[in-house]
Design a protein around this ligand. Structure first.
Ligand code: ZN
Length: 254
């Protein structure tokens, strides 16, 4: 049984500019958490450069510049590899990592995979759009970095049966979802991940390594409450409600 953790931006307020602060952690928080996560990663997995997600317990969505500036040096210091899901259309723009930075990370043993071409929700797309986003992001990353892109992390965790079918057809070997839970079998196509947010404590990260811990069960229940709200309200109305509750601009970057 393995737990996979989903990060976004890492750093202080200045370093995480342009990212959703709800999903950001400080460098200190990140370092403490990966020390706790690393305790459970077999050494062979830490140095394995295979793109299969089962070997990467630490993952990042969105390709925010702080992943390169803050998280990458900390990972290197601890001899840990992680997997980064980037949007091929935003690489090198605004607050996102450049192809050159991604290349440097890839050469250092980090895995760079797909978060789609744009950051649109796949469940809101037509079949053609789904196929195009999956295809374009895979091709662009493979051409620029020369690696194999086999993992897709859907923006906002939004997927449906059409997305799973298209991802399989295009050659993805797994989808890194936003559904919490432990990975019980390496042959799973839809792999669960625990989302780390700004209030996530190291104690909670440790508790998520146990399938039946109170924290794990609480996270599964919390996720399902939000999942039902998304289904009932639809993506647009859900985002508006979330923005009101969190008091932010509602940017959904997961
Ligand atoms: Zn995202």
């Amino acid at each position: 049984m393995t737990s996979i953790y989903m990060y976004h931006a890492v750093g202080d307020t200045k370093q995480i500019g342009g990212a959703d602060p709800h999903y950001a952690v400080t460098a200190k928080q990140f370092e403490k958490q990966i020390e706790a996560i690393a305790e459970s990663i077999p050494l062979a997995h830490q140095v394995d450069n295979d793109s299969k997600i089962s070997t990467h317990c630490i993952t990042f969505d969105d390709g925010h510049i702080s992943n390169y500036l803050v998280a990458f040096p900390i990972l290197k210091k601890h001899g840990l590899a992680a997997e980064f899901y980037v949007n091929s259309s935003t690489v090198g723009t605004g607050c996102y990592m450049s192809w050159q930075q991604l290349e440097e990370m890839h050469k250092a043993g980090m895995s760079i995979q797909s978060h789609g071409h744009t950051h649109s929700y796949f469940s809101d797309m037509t079949d053609e759009q789904i196929e195009s986003e999956l295809q374009t992001s895979k091709q662009m990353i493979e051409q620029r970095l020369g690696n194999r892109v086999t993992v897709f992390a859907p923006p906002g965790g939004r997927i449906d049966k059409r997305v799973v079918k298209a991802a399989k057809h295009i050659g993805y070997e797994c989808i890194a979802t936003s559904r919490p839970g432990l990975v019980s079998c390496s042959a799973l196509f839809e792999v669960p991940r625990f989302a780390i947010i700004k209030t996530t404590t190291t104690a909670r990260v440790k508790a998520w390594k146990k399938s039946m811990s109170q924290e794990t069960l609480k996270e599964v229940i919390r996720f399902n409450v939000f999942r039902i709200a998304k289904l009932v309200l639809g993506n647009h109305r859900y985002e508006k409600m979330r923005a009101r509750l969190l008091g932010d601009d509602g940017t959904q970057m997961s």
